[in-house]
Ligand binder design. Sequence first.
Ligand code: HAM
Length: 424
Amino acid sequence: MPEFQTSPGMRDILPPESARWRRFVDVFAHVAQSGGYGQVMSPLLEDLGVFQRIGDATDVVSKEMYDFVDKGGRHIALRPELTASICRAFVQHSPQVPWKIWYTGSMFRYEKPQRGRYRQFDQVGIEVLGADDPNLDVEIIALGWEFYRALGLQQVKLVVNSLGEPDDRARYVQALKAHFEANLEALSAESRVTLEKNPLRVLDSKREQDAPLVASAPKIAEFYSEKAATHFAAVQAGLSVLGIPFTVEPKLVRGLDYYRHTTFEYQGGTLDSAQNALGGGGRYDGLVEALGGKPTPGVGFAMGLDRTLLACDDEGVFAAPSPSVDVFVVDTTGGAEALRITSELRAAGLSADRAYENRSMKSQMKVADRSGAAFAVIVGSNEVEAGTVVVRPLRAEPAGPDTASGQAVVPRSDLILHIRKATS
Ligand code: HAM
């Protein structure tokens, strides 16, 4: 075993899988940009305080943060998510509202690694700051939905809930606490600890022992103010207008503390229930204020790349693109011709690879076949003398008019034109 390996929960994403990740982000960028969202690229590190404003009843903040004191004595953390950073950026730069942005990048949480749960993982997401309109919640949920459709996923389920306004939520938390405290002996030991810190999260318990008490717990809908009820009804109506199927799940509280009003999750149909959230989000109207800005509504979501790609594997969609180039250059004259030709081809916008170390024709042709290239361009001393190259199709059935094998002898000066025609 090598002396050094990736640390637990961290992975190398190698080609060709890495090309799939790039394409995933490209598809997401396309969907986001089609809605008028611009990309924000923010630092991997922030002052720890930025993330503490998410709320310290959240495991992400209290248990899972990668934080340290830097050489300047600042207490810094690797970002566990991007919503807080985006709100920090909003306060710092005061952009025009509504500020519609998208992002992608790696997040860090010190979690127990397992399939679909890592310590470094990637997200794509969108956020809108400065607009309090249920139509916007619908737009955002719909963009996420469209994105999963663009990947080809069929089994994703949309689950929505509303946590109401802060007062509604506070009254609900009190009622939940009273409900669970009145039945403490029936609650699992783990949930008793959760109850102390964050009664809402007891609703997330997947333990059988807790199921009856969770089922009989008061429902958030009983605590909605008129404003909260109206907002949530408008979100549901909007989703119905767009024909997006959804389920209302009153137990959907989500892991982060900043949510109020709408919350939602996209759940995969093929992953274990603890890791089946492919993405999620909601409204966080108080977060900008908590970070020192003026009261500003906010709504958005983030999706996990790692987990969504696992769901794609399970559903057999969105495969890694096959790694291939247009042309593979085989040079038996020493390599200088390959250097020139690959450079010309690349400058002309074609992709080109070559063999190195002046190997035999046979060995170079083997590498050419493996490369997945559409054509081999072959140069030997005869071709150099005649000012020609041989172009041999590698993938297609031999069909060219020039010779039985479909290969053509092409004047060197016509090479680019010939390849362009053949690949069009
Ligand atoms: P989150 O639910 O913590 O929300 O994460 C969003 C997604 O990131 C999850 O649904 C999951 O796919 C992925 N994810 C989270 N933790 C891990 C992990 N340890 N390993 C692999 N994937 C993971 C947020 O981060 C919020 N900032 C979303 C948001 C944006 N809310 C409003 N705006």
